[in-house]
Design a protein around this ligand. Structure first.
Ligand code: AMP
Length: 283
């Protein structure tokens, strides 16, 4: 496995792969790798002979009040995990390398999709995400890119951007990886104290309950919203609980197979998100 820090080195590597007829798979991350990330690498490997994993904590997607400075960074450990997962190239650029002109031109998210869920509570966040993903597509020229359903709205918006801007990249979704007790893996979980971690389980527990409701025949979205709203309290402060269509991200009144229940909350000072597409079971 090779580690590079510049766009020029990635471009050269990509040219080599293309020349040798090896399809390229991209897995964008912010590092502090866990099994959720390495599951994306495994999925990329299925169709791509050459896998590039990017590690970049993107300042453009953090508001000034958010945790950009304290976001966990551990390149040494990440390199070991990436190598074990079968990554061929790690691209770990500096902020200057990615944004040499300071404030860059950006990808603006159309209104529909930007004003719900995390788009409503984190203004500007998805502009930062889509801008960096668009740059990563241009730099790495992948055939496919893998994104986790853990960040379901992000995946939906990336799909739309890729189609609208004609990026020749196949977007591959990856299922949410959870701990045995249900907690969705996240780099931010390492901020949690033991007590906070227990409180954090309320998010996945509410989603499990949503699945049970669906399986028992409930279809009123308000009932699912109410179930997720119960996450609040006991050290957990609810940010949103929404029930939306998986592609349009519009709120629904009646749920169906595939409707997404999404929840965001602060546990202590840590912001966590989780979601579940109804009808796929919950483990
Ligand atoms: P991040 O490093 O948090 O920006 O995440 C990088 C990629 O890993 C994104 O596509 C995430 O959706 C995905 N990811 C993060 N956590 C998980 C998880 N628990 N299960 C599946 N994918 C995940």
């Amino acid at each position: 496995m090779r580690l590079v820090h510049t766009r020029a080195e990635v471009r050269e590597w990509s040219r080599e792969q293309r020349g040798a007829g090896r399809p390229i798979g991209l897995v964008p991350t912010m590092g502090s790798l866990h099994v959720g990330h390495t599951s994306l690498v495994e999925i990329a490997r299925r169709s791509a002979e050459a896998v590039v994993l990017s590690i970049f904590v993107n300042p453009l997607q953090f508001a000034p009040t958010e945790d950009f400075d304290r976001y966990p960074r551990d390149l040494e450990a990440d390199l070991e995990k990436a190598a074990a997962a079968g990554v061929d190239l790690v691209f770990a650029p500096s902020v200057d390398e990615m944004y040499p002109q300071g404030r860059p031109w950006v990808v603006i998210v159309p209104e529909q999709g930007a004003d719900v869920l995390c788009g409503r509570t984190r203004p500007g966040h998805f502009t930062g995400v889509l801008t960096v993903v668009s740059k990563l597509f241009s730099i790495t020229t992948p055939d496919l890119a893998v994104f986790g359903l853990k960040d379901f709205q992000q995946l939906t918006l990336i799909r739309r951007m890729t189609s609208d801007l004609d990026h020749p990249v196949e977007i591959v979704p990856a299922p949410i990886v959870r701990e045995a007790d249900g907690l969705a893996l996240s780099s931010r979980n390492r901020y949690l104290s033991q007590t906070e971690r227990e409180s954090a389980l309320r998010l996945s527990a509410s989603l499990r309950k949503c699945e049970e409701l669906f399986e028992s025949g409930e279809r009123r979205a308000a009932v699912f919203r109410e179930t997720m709203t119960e996450v609040g309290g006991g050290g957990v402060s609810l940010e949103y609980a929404e029930v939306v269509h998986p592609e349009t991200l519009e709120h629904v009144d009646v749920v169906d197979h595939g409707t997404v229940c999404a929840v965001a909350a602060r546990v202590g000072s840590t912001r966590l998100i989780d979601n579940h597409a109804l009808g796929i079971g919950f483990n």
